[in-house]
Design a protein around this ligand. Structure first.
Ligand code: UDP
Length: 328
């Protein structure tokens, strides 16, 4: 039996595919290559290029392959763009997930691990954030992910499709081999953008706001290494295979770093001064997002290995030094 990885050519999906294959799993990848790159797909995975909004396409994949479970990464994921293009986020994320769940239901596939986000919480009332805290997204990206989670809850009740939703905080770093890593085009995430300065690809990094209610005025985020994140997906699959109930888990390190602290840590890792400049706030950004991942630790027995921000940035740096132009 195979695991279907939707979005397996993207940053996080490609790391999941590598890990599953390293563990001897058969993997089928579906990706429309909208933001993913075919060069990031492991050569031993079976790849179908297509869109999850296309029900006939999904039914063809489920008919041709013996699929037992789904890991779903295929979604638009940028806070800023979601503010200016909300409808494209609802279309790809919500409608895409509707079609995927429809295809799963029609083909009797009963397990899905889902990529959710800290953005479902919005501006938290207290930190660290617990899974039981109020969800009140401040941007359409978070709103679509929350809608997808709610869709899965009702589909479980109606059709018995069990899900684990993993609410990621800020994912960073790269596979140990350095073959794959974070390479978006255009890049919008903080750590790869900061590293573009020592690579000589960018003169300076912009700090989006230094007037937040935080220790140095810049936004605080909880950075989690991509391989630790993937480990949680494998544990979530095992959890579902054991017949456990659908559930939601935060995934983060439980430690917050400000934008300025990330720049300073990157200076230490690269040994170079990183020029930066204060710019206006970015729309839709909450001041502080830090996870409590105690539930994932207790129920899934998840144990993150990369707890030091320097190690996370070093691992990203290893990839970027050898892939200055991403996969091109
Ligand atoms: N950020 C920044 N400059 C950049 C990119 C990001 O100051 O060029 C800030 C952003 O406002 C946020 C944090 O860095 O507070 C992390 O942003 P990112 O886009 O990496 O992830 P997000 O938190 O949006 O998922």
């Amino acid at each position: 039996m195979s695991v279907l990885v939707c979005g397996g050519a993207g940053y996080i999906g490609s790391h999941c595919v590598y890990k599953l294959i390293e563990l001897g799993q058969k993997v089928v990848v579906v990706d429309n290559l909208q933001t993913g790159n075919s060069k990031a797909i492991h050569k031993d995975a079976i790849f179908y290029k297509g869109d999850i909004r296309d029900l006939d396409f999904l039914n063809k994949v489920f008919t041709e392959q013996e699929i037992d479970s789904v890991i779903h990464f295929a979604a638009n994921s940028l806070v800023g763009i979601s503010m200016s293009e909300p409808l494209s986020y609802f279309d790809n994320n919500v409608y895409g997930t509707e079609m995927l769940l429809r295809a799963m239901s029609q083909n009797d596939i009963k397990k899905i691990v889902f990529s959710s986000t800290a953005a479902v919480y919005g501006e938290p009332k207290s930190v660290p954030i617990l899974e039981t805290d109020e969800t009140n997204p401040t941007n359409p990206y978070g709103e679509t992910k929350l809608a997808m989670e709610k869709m899965m809850k009702w589909v479980d009740i109606a059709h018995g499709i069990k899900f684990v939703s993993l609410r990621y905080f800020n994912v960073a770093g790269a596979h140990e081999s350095g073959y794959i890593g974070e390479a978006h085009s255009p890049e919008t995430h903080l750590i790869p953008l900061v590293l573009e300065v020592p690579l000589g690809k960018r003169e300076k990094v912009l700090i989006f706001g230094d007037d937040y209610e935080t220790k140095d005025g810049t936004c605080i985020r909880d950075y989690i290494h991509v391989m630790d994140l993937i480990e949680a997906h494998l544990l979530a699959l095992e959890y579902l295979e054991k017949g456990n109930k659908s559930d939601i888990f935060n995934l983060g390190n439980g430690m917050g770093f400000s934008v300025k602290e990330i720049i300073h840590a990157s200076e230490r890792v690269t040994g170079q001064k990183i020029k930066n400049e204060i710019a206006p706030r970015r729309l839709g950004d909450p001041a502080i997002l830090v996870a409590s991942s105690e539930k994932a630790k207790n129920i899934l027995s998840w144990r993150p290995k990369y707890t030091d921000i320097n190690d996370i940035i070093s691992s990203a740096w290893k990839f970027h030094k050898t892939h200055e132009n991403g996969f091109n």
